[in-house]
Design a protein around this ligand. Structure first.
Ligand SMILES: NC(=O)c1ccc[n+]([C@@H]2O[C@H](COP(=O)([O-])OP(=O)(O)OC[C@H]3O[C@@H](n4cnc5c(N)ncnc54)[C@H](OP(=O)(O)O)[C@@H]3O)[C@@H](O)[C@H]2O)c1
Length: 257
């Protein structure tokens, strides 16, 4: 393994780390020598995730849609593990499905707070320290819905387009200061969020979604974590302001299979 993929005790904070993509990425970062702080709402799932991981990992429960709770968790994480040198702003919610004209204002607000405002607050919180140190890496989690529209899910699509825009805007501002900001775009990745489509029939969900993927299958959280860890590491030192899809070819194709 290249030394540049190793994190040398750097403190990386991961939101949405209790399950799925965030949990798999936190585990890989810890395996590669990072000190990892993990944020989500579920204390039980966070504690279970930390117990299952090797390395130096701590958890801090917070609802990232609550700005003061998010900032308090970041303060606690820094008090425990030192300055945040890498950020994976990954927590997200699917939101409700409804035609745009019927989409409730409060549902729209809730999705925007968790999926977009929280990423803004998190980036704003960590950037000054990274710029002062002349080093740092930030990764946000987008979606196919960062690049494409989708019916009946206006808040999610708007929030995920916003997250990509936020990453690009931040990246250009801080590029001269040694800080990189990128967006990873999961395609269909097997996590609780995706499998919630029909939790009683996981094989049917895998088959149905896999048929639309050029590779013919959905991806795993571990496959996503490999790309996320790479983008957060010094191995990606000349990559910034990018949206990188881990999607088995979906965004690159004109026709699905
Ligand atoms: N899986 C896919 O195919 C796919 C595709 C496109 C994009 N994504 C994106 O990938 C990211 C991770 O999702 P996932 O697929 O890994 O699903 P997941 O397993 O459901 O993970 C979502 C994570 O976000 C946390 N979270 C949700 N709302 C939160 C809140 N208000 N405050 C703090 N933490 C919160 C959850 O923890 P708690 O419930 O414990 O708070 C959990 O750790 C999301 O941004 C999602 O939009 C996933």
């Amino acid at each position: 393994m290249s030394d540049k993929l190793h994190f040398d005790d750097r403190h990386i904070l991961v939101t949405g780390a209790s399950t799925g993509i965030g949990r798999a990425t936190a585990a890989l970062l810890a395996e590669r020598g990072a000190r990892v702080s993990m944020i989500a709402r579920s204390e039980g799932k966070l504690a279970e995730a930390v117990a299952a991981m090797g390395g130096d990992a701590r958890w801090f429960a917070a609802d990232v849609g609550d700005k003061s709770a998010l900032l308090a968790a970041f303060d606690e994480a820094e008090a425990a593990l030192g300055p945040i040198e890498g950020l994976f702003a990954n927590a997200g919610t699917g939101g409700t499905f409804a035609p745009l004209a019927d989409y409730a204002d409060e549902d729209f607000d809730a999705v925007i707070r968790v999926n977009l405002a929280s990423v803004f607050w998190a980036i704003k919180r960590v950037l000054p320290g990274m710029v002062a140190r002349g080093r740092g890496s930030i990764l946000v989690t987008g979606s196919l819905a960062s690049e494409r529209g989708m019916a009946n899910n206006a808040a999610y699509v708007a929030s995920k387009h916003g997250v990509l825009g936020l990453a690009r805007a931040a990246a250009i501002e801080v590029a001269p200061h040694g800080v990189r900001v990128n967006c990873v775009i999961p395609g269909f990745i097997e996590t609780p969020m995706l499998m919630n489509i029909d939790p009683d029939a996981p094989d049917a969900v895998r088959d149905m979604l896999g048929k639309g993927v050029p590779q013919g299958r959905i991806g795993s959280a571990e496959e996503l974590a490999e790309a996320a860890a790479f983008l957060l590491s010094d191995a990606a030192s000349h990559i910034t302001a990018q949206a990188i899809a881990v999607d088995g070819g979906i965004l690159g194709t004109l026709m699905t299979r």
